[in-house]
Write a protein that binds this ligand. Structure first.
Ligand code: ZN
Length: 411
């Protein structure tokens, strides 16, 4: 790739319309809010002050995936009431709006938040209410109306879990108690199907903006196939599908996501090109398999939700962004979108991820614009298709107006 020597003006990056399609609610709580809620709900944190929390628990660098996942132990514990869920969802939308991020898809596993006092519909309603409140406040504000900025829109993605144990939450404990003789994989299947059923019902009955279904958690030893029935059901109800795959396991995991689960998008896809990590002995020509897989994904426009900072943090052996598979994804012309994964746990924002990508991969202004607009196009937009088209048109117009506004100052 020829060097463009393009370094974006941070002001320009703040102004252009951005989206975030891979964004975990429980990884994106404001540290101050976590601190306050922990005091309120008597959750013991590994820090004595707010400042300490933001260096001890949430870091720039982590030693391992296990360390990266540690903050979730605490964030899920405070997100056990409608008030906490509503507040954190509201603040998440607001933080994004303040940064010119006009479209977000917030994902989380609702079953982790079900307890004696909270059923799954209440969990979903609380999150939807928080996001909706931020949306309405901003869309009716003078800033949005007078300055002709795009409106804020959102969708919610429910995550099924590849692996869980009884101590993950009250829901899972009950599931184990009710079915003591079932094999684990049967429990995984049952929980995922149950979740799809609940999401379809909650969307229909309450108008909660559920747009998609996801599969998250440990890949190795927990194949996508366990969740095939659930994803078939999601498909039959026209829920869109994204799957965490190739984050910590090889190309076979991505293959399973697009064949067994018919994923519309792939979360991470980091190991897509790692022919050497293929373990399936039936795949004789591993290089050819990887090439065909990448071709298929490119041709079908299955979008990869790329999370640069998060990948470096959970796979410290990548070392530098220069070694990140995003370079090969760009060369193969894959459909990609830049996402944060977890704003708080990863200490990042969409603008930061974009700046990192520009620096490490020499993205030209044209390429950058394509990637950003494509994210909006590949979103699981809640409204009708004509509404989505009109919205994307507005985003493009705003992007181009920003380019004119920063003419000569985009670097
Ligand atoms: Zn994720």
């Amino acid at each position: 790739m020829p060097r463009t020597n393009y370094t974006a003006n941070p002001e320009f990056l703040n102004h252009i319309p951005k989206c975030d399609l891979h964004l975990h609610l429980d990884g994106s709580i404001r540290p101050d809010t976590l601190f306050e809620l922990a005091q309120k709900y008597k959750v013991k944190l590994p820090a004595k002050t707010k400042a300490e929390l933001n260096t001890k628990l949430f870091k720039d660098k982590y030693e391992s995936l296990a360390e990266y996942l540690r903050p979730f132990l605490y964030t899920t514990q405070v997100l056990q009431t409608p008030e906490a869920l509503e507040r954190c969802s509201y603040e998440l939308a607001k933080d994004n709006i303040d940064e010119g991020v006009y479209y977000i898809e917030v994902r989380f596993a609702p079953q982790l938040h079900v307890n004696e006092n909270l059923d799954i519909a209440q969990v979903m309603l609380a999150v939807d209410m928080g996001l909706r409140r931020a949306k309405e406040e901003y869309n009716n504000s003078a800033a949005c109306r007078k300055e002709g900025r795009p409106e804020f829109e959102y969708g919610i993605i429910a995550c099924a879990m590849r692996k869980f144990t009884a101590d993950y939450s009250k829901y899972y404990a009950d599931l184990y108690r009710m079915h003591p003789y079932l094999e684990e994989k049967q429990l995984y299947r049952m929980a995922s199907q149950d979740l799809v059923e609940a999401m379809v019902h909650i969307k229909r009955k309450f108008g909660v903006q559920v747009v998609g279904f996801d599969l998250a958690g440990e890949e190795k030893g927990y194949p996508a196939g366990h969740h095939q029935d659930a994803f078939d059901l999601a498909q039959r109800h026209f829920l869109k599908k994204t799957v965490h795959a190739g984050e910590a396991y090889g190309p076979e995991s991505i293959f399973q996501a697009i064949t067994d689960l018919k994923a519309d998008r792939i979360g991470h896809g980091y190991y897509l090109f790692e022919a050497g990590s293929i373990k399936d002995e039936n795949i004789i020509d591993k290089e050819l398999f990887v090439r065909d897989l990448a071709q298929y994904i490119a041709d079908r426009r299955i979008t990869i939700e790329v999370c640069l900072t998060s990948n470096l943090q959970t796979n410290p052996k990548i070392g530098s962004l220069k070694n990140h598979a995003f370079r090969k994804m760009l060369e193969a012309n894959l459909s990609t979108t830049l996402c944060t994964d977890n704003r708080t746990v990863s200490h990042t924002t969409p603008a930061k991820e974009i700046a990192l990508a520009i620096d490490a991969f020499d993205l030209s202004p044209e390429k950058l614009k394509n990637i950003i607009i494509y994210g909006f196009k590949r979103s699981f937009f809640f409204g009708s298709y004509p509404e989505k088209r009109a919205y994307v048109r507005k985003i493009i117009d705003h992007y181009e107006a920003t380019e004119r506004q920063f003419k000569g100052r985009t670097k």
